[in-house]
Design a protein around this ligand. Structure first.
Ligand SMILES: [Ca+2]
Ligand SMILES: [Ca+2]
Length: 326
């Protein structure tokens, strides 16, 4: 927590307010003290509270530039949210219990830019996950400084293309239903990590966005959002293909095979002779035997062939038939 440091960077201003009270034809001067006190932080920007003495009425405050009054209008205590650093002006006037109007008095306050450049980077373990399989998102939140950050949250709500399974965080908590990862304090130079595991649905929105925000001003918004959009694929073995060079179904294409980088396939003809094998198989069988002696392979006749496909992931070997047509 570095609120104390932030407070220390603010200029505490104590000034006297002169009231010029016009009463029964004469001019009275009343001294009052307005104290600018307390510095607290809220979302996005610095927020300060300025308080005038109690017991008066009809308080009229004004912020000329660089900020807005976000609470307390017409009361003796206003909250100002600053979005511009440097010397800024707070003014106030009011009516005292005697009915005397004060003149509007300006106060100069120094708004320091205690900025923290927060950034978020999101990655996915597989840009082409299989439908029905799990996918893992890793979200890293970093404070690039130069000041410590407070109230840091990352929003990362899974879209309809995913079903939440589990998550872990190095700090803070992640609520799947809201997608909000509450980190809290994130010191200058520190990073925290959120890991989300989800199932890939057969349809829906697959784009996944993480957005980071904190209490301090962030002068670099370019790194506040990180997006990944996996392109899910399903796994499908066709029952036939036609390697006749017409550009349609000329290859034995197993959709999703790329996911299994350790796969291997062996294909036999009806007499049990091996005609093709590949490890890994990369959808390259074009109807020729790679077992023959001829360069370029022999064109295999039309008919039914048998394959043994080992995905190489520990699952059972897949046995099936493929009809080769021309
Ligand atoms: Ca940033
Ligand atoms: Ca064809």
């Amino acid at each position: 927590m570095n609120l104390g440091a932030v407070i220390g960077q603010m200029e505490l201003v104590l000034q006297q307010l002169q009231l010029h009270c016009l009463k029964i034809g004469s001019v009275h001067t009343i001294l009052k003290i307005v104290r600018i006190h307390k510095f607290i932080l809220s979302a996005v920007h610095l927020r300060n509270i300025y308080t005038a003495q109690t017991g008066d009425s009809a308080y009229v405050w004004n912020i000329f530039s660089g900020g807005t009054i976000t609470a307390g209008t017409s009361t003796n205590a206003i909250t100002v949210t600053w979005n511009v650093a440097g010397n800024q002006t707070v003014s106030v006037s009011y009516v005292d219990p005697n009915g005397c109007n004060s003149t509007t008095t300006n106060y100069t306050v120094l708004v320091n830019n205690c900025n923290a450049d927060l950034s978020v980077v999101k990655t996915v373990d597989n840009p082409h996950p299989l439908i029905g399989h799990s996918v893992v998102f890793t979200i890293v939140a970093t404070n690039n400084g130069p000041y410590d950050a407070t109230g840091v949250t990352v929003t990362d709500l899974l879209q309809t293309g995913y079903t939440y399974v589990s998550s872990t965080t190095s700090a803070g908590t992640y609520v799947p239903s809201t997608g909000i990862w509450t980190i809290g304090n994130l010191n200058n130079g520190a990073s925290e990590t959120l890991i989300i595991t989800a199932l890939v649905n057969s349809s829906g929105t697959y784009v996944n966005t993480a957005t980071i925000i904190g209490n301090q001003p962030d002068d670099n918004s370019m790194n506040d959002v990180s997006v990944v959009e996996p392109s899910p694929t399903d796994f499908f073995i066709p029952e036939g293909y036609s390697p006749n060079g017409d550009g349609v179904n000329d290859m034995f294409v197993i959709r999703g095979i790329d996911f299994y980088t350790d796969n291997s396939i062996v294909i036999f003809n009806r007499w049990g002779n091996k005609v093709f094998e590949a490890s890994p198989y990369q959808n390259t069988w074009n109807g020729k035997s790679t077992m023959g002696l001829r360069i370029g392979g022999d064109e295999l006749p039309v008919g039914t062939y048998f394959y043994l496909l080992d995905l190489g992931d520990g699952s059972d070997i897949i046995k099936g038939t493929i009809y080769l047509n021309r």
